[in-house]
Design a protein around this ligand. Structure first.
Ligand code: ZN
Length: 97
């Protein structure tokens, strides 16, 4: 099987891929549950999102900075395991061809 490419997403594109439930999970996690190594804790004031990627597993990878310490943080959302998300992501990839 061919390995899928990593694709950078805009926030709007991400919003179209996520179900309402997934969007809630996404916002909940980014709001105060991303681990910050520098704080040695969760980034309790949330993070500033700098980069959203649809990765080769059709998971969502978010990179950004902790709002408290400005340290780099990253979080993977394993939405690719959700069949419907995987299909939407595949359709999105095809729409780019
Ligand atoms: Zn921090």
């Amino acid at each position: 099987m061919k390995r899928l490419k990593d694709i950078r997403l805009t926030k709007v594109q991400l919003g179209r891929l996520l179900s309402r439930k997934q969007l809630n999970i996404y916002n909940y996690i980014l709001g105060e549950h991303v681990v910050c190594v520098r704080c040695n804790d969760a980034a309790k004031e949330g993070i500033v999102v700098e980069e959203i990627t649809l990765n080769y597993l059709n998971d969502i990878m978010v990179r950004g900075t902790c709002k408290i310490c400005k340290g780099k943080v990253a979080r993977i959302f394993e939405f690719g395991e959700d069949e419907e998300f995987f299909k939407r992501a595949s359709d999105f990839r095809n729409s780019l061809l």
